[in-house]
Ligand binder design. Structure first.
Ligand SMILES: Cc1ncc(COP(=O)(O)O)c(C=O)c1O
Length: 372
């Protein structure tokens, strides 16, 4: 029976033994007892708690999932398998940890990084010649650019490059990059998948079984496996992913429209707005517009920072994708400032609170930041 994603999040990755538990328990063991021809150990792939998460995410993305200790550990596993001297095409503005992971490889002389504006399809195409990998974010962090995945993936493959898509902002409910031809999907499971801001974890999903085996070997070699508690919590988070995304996206759509009219807001970056540069591509390829909003406030960086200090229900903190709304001025991070993040850009992760409470909080914080 073909299930809808709303049912897959609930049903996938469960044990089915008669008389057994409904949920895969937290199995706390490092070694398992020897088998005649195997030496099971939890740094390999034997943990049932981790496998439950992988089964659920794999079913959602339509591939084979591998869990990692963090989103960045998952990204590092993709970077790690590139041959020395390879060229990689990478967004010039992306999650700061990813940007610095690629930059560190370039500094070591291992990779040549070709930075591109991922929303500029012609610029990406021009950079692909001889590249081994094209790295993209489904919606870029924090500038909210939406790359044209079908066009870029086709061109990358024609040029002999593999394509990895960090789909953290989108979740498999909004986008399935493997269906569009991507070779690797990456997630910071810390965010929407786990969903409660209490876990650090990551994942890769692939269709090619040789690639899955290679990434699996790499994970065993580097030891970047998640802990059992984290894997359990992330699986439990997935159970409510559809409901959480539904509410968070509805909240985001309402707030983005209101913010766009607000006198203290200069620009709203949200692909759900018909005026947003990413709207056409997102409307074509995504099933929803996500729950991240970039708010460029009208005045100075100090006033933008004041907005974050004045929120009461919304929390002034980094990260995203939890049930609770979070906001921060991204240019406070040196890497984001260096790649040109506008000094007044607030990255707003919209949670599942009541939309009118969120609006009241944002409105009072904007008024307080701009008064006097
Ligand atoms: C888009 C994106 N990718 C990757 C990461 C890294 O994930 P983690 O913090 O789980 O290592 C983050 C974290 O903020 C992110 O926002």
């Amino acid at each position: 029976m073909e299930l809808h994603p709303e049912s897959v999040v609930v049903a996938a990755g469960r044990p089915h033994e008669p008389g057994g538990p409904l949920n895969t328990p937290i199995v706390l063991t490092a070694p398992y007892r020897h088998l005649p021809d195997d030496n099971p150990y939890a740094r390999h792939d034997v943990s049932p708690t981790v496998r439950a998460f992988e089964d659920a995410l794999g079913a959602l993305e339509g591939g084979t999932a591998l869990a990692f200790a963090s989103g960045i550990a998952a990204a590092a596993a993709v970077i790690d398998r590139l041959p020395a001297g390879a060229a990689v095409v990478v967004p010039d503005a992306a999650y700061s940890g990813t940007v610095s992971a690629f930059a560190a490889q370039q500094e070591l002389g291992r990779l040549t990084v070709r930075p591109v504006d991922s929303a500029d399809t012609a610029a990406v195409l021009a950079a692909l010649d001889g590249a081994a990998l094209l790295w993209l974010e489904s919606v870029s962090n924090p500038l909210m650019a939406v790359p044209d995945l079908p066009a870029l993936i086709a061109a990358a493959h024609a040029a002999g490059a593999q394509v990895a898509v960090d789909s953290t902002f989108s979740t498999p409910l909004v986008l399935r990059p493997l269906d569009l031809g991507a070779d690797v999907v990456m997630h910071s499971a810390t965010k929407y998948l786990a969903g409660h801001s209490d876990v650090i974890m990551g994942a890769l999903v692939v269709r090619d079984q040789a690639l899955a085996a290679e990434l699996h070997d790499g994970r065993t070699r580097t030891g970047a496996v998640p802990g059992m508690l984290e894997a359990y919590l992330a699986t439990r988070g997935i159970r409510t992913l559809a409901l959480r995304m539904e509410r968070a996206q509805a909240n985001a759509a309402t707030l983005a429209a209101r913010l766009a009219e607000h006198p203290h807001v200069a620009r709203v970056r949200y692909p759900g707005l018909a005026t947003d540069p990413g709207h056409a591509v997102a409307a074509r390829d995504h099933r929803g517009f996500g729950a991240m909003i970039g708010i460029e406030t009208a005045g100075t960086a100090e006033q933008a920072e004041r907005v974050c200090e004045c929120v009461r229900l919304i929390t002034h903190a980094t990260s995203l994708g939890g049930v609770e709304s979070l906001i921060e001025r991204r240019a406070r991070h040196d890497i984001d400032a260096a790649f040109g993040t506008p000094p007044t850009l607030l990255r707003f992760s919209v949670g599942i609170e009541h939309v009118e409470d969120l609006w009241a909080d944002l409105s009072q914080a904007l008024d307080a930041a701009f008064s006097g």
